[in-house]
Design a protein around this ligand. Structure first.
Ligand SMILES: [Zn+2]
Length: 277
């Protein structure tokens, strides 16, 4: 989770000789440095690499945008607080409501399904997030500013320099333990801006199992994008995405070649494993 004034990173010092920077799957940035490397050297290194980081983040977004849009048809699952609820198209009533274990979408709004769902999530996220902030702010002894629910793209949350908290509306797709982790993480930033040892100690004092929750968030941010998109795992889809990413737009015959190649490799592995080779 980054401060919204600028990009920030998790610093990991290890027995290594060089500095290294990676953009994780969830958009978090990790900077690895030698044990004795001075902070000023690390800061300058990060400054030099900033354009590269922005480029990586933009590429991630581009791949995400090429996934096919989610379909608003009967039976499709949509997440809310870690549970998937099936969609029912109904003839009248509110544009969208959660009722009797189903998301009920008024048929008139199917064409705007994405917008309607996002509005629903946003309006339900605020009271939930505010409730959790009220619980944890006293436990942490911090006094945050305003709480806002926004689209933060690749981030779960941010804490601005005046102590106001921004939380991604997608957070309420995740189970409550994850919502709590996001809230505690950002609340801790009110007094401790960077991911220092002290920062993680403060998080751990409230959520001793925070590391597990932190790992989940990395997985879930990707899954979160699925509320407006369908899940894709097929090799042809992945090949097309990679080709488009590499070339801007891929030619049909290139896609066919890549797909045939991947399928041939998979077939070969299947045959080899069948004969126990
Ligand atoms: Zn953070």
């Amino acid at each position: 989770m980054k401060l919204d004034c600028d990009l920030s990173y998790d610093l990991i010092r290890t027995q290594r000789k060089t500095l290294g920077l990676t953009v994780e799957r969830d958009g978090n940035i990790t900077l690895r440095a030698p044990l004795d490397c001075p902070q000023i050297v690390i800061d300058n290194f990060f400054k030099d690499k900033k354009m590269w980081v922005y480029k990586k983040l933009a590429e991630k977004k581009m791949v995400e945008e090429q996934l096919p849009p989610k379909k608003y048809v009967n039976g499709n699952g949509f997440f809310y607080l870690g549970k998937s609820y099936r969609l029912q198209l109904v003839d009248d009533g509110a544009p969208l409501k959660l009722s009797y274990g189903f998301f009920q979408l008024n048929k008139k709004y199917v064409a705007n399904g994405k917008r309607i769902f996002i509005d629903w999530y946003r309006s339900h996220a605020l009271p939930i997030i505010e409730g959790r902030v009220n619980i944890y702010k006293d436990m942490l002894g911090v006094n945050p500013g305003a709480v806002r629910v926004l689209d933060l793209q690749y981030r779960w949350g941010s804490c601005s320099s005046n102590g106001s908290l921004n939380i991604h509306w997608k957070t309420i797709l995740a189970p409550m333990p994850i919502v709590d982790y996001v809230v505690v993480h950002e609340l801790t930033h009110v007094n401790e801006k960077n991911h220092t040892k002290k920062f993680w100690e403060m998080v751990a004092s409230i959520l001793p199992d925070y590391e597990k929750r932190k790992d989940w968030t990395a997985e879930l941010l990707e899954d979160g994008s699925l509320i407006v998109r369908d899940k894709i795992y097929s090799i042809p889809h992945i090949a097309i995405i990679i080709l488009r990413k590499l070339k801007g737009s891929a030619h049909e015959y290139e896609v066919v070649i890549v797909v045939l190649f991947f399928q041939a490799v998979i077939a070969l592995f299947a045959i080899l494993s069948f004969f126990n080779v």
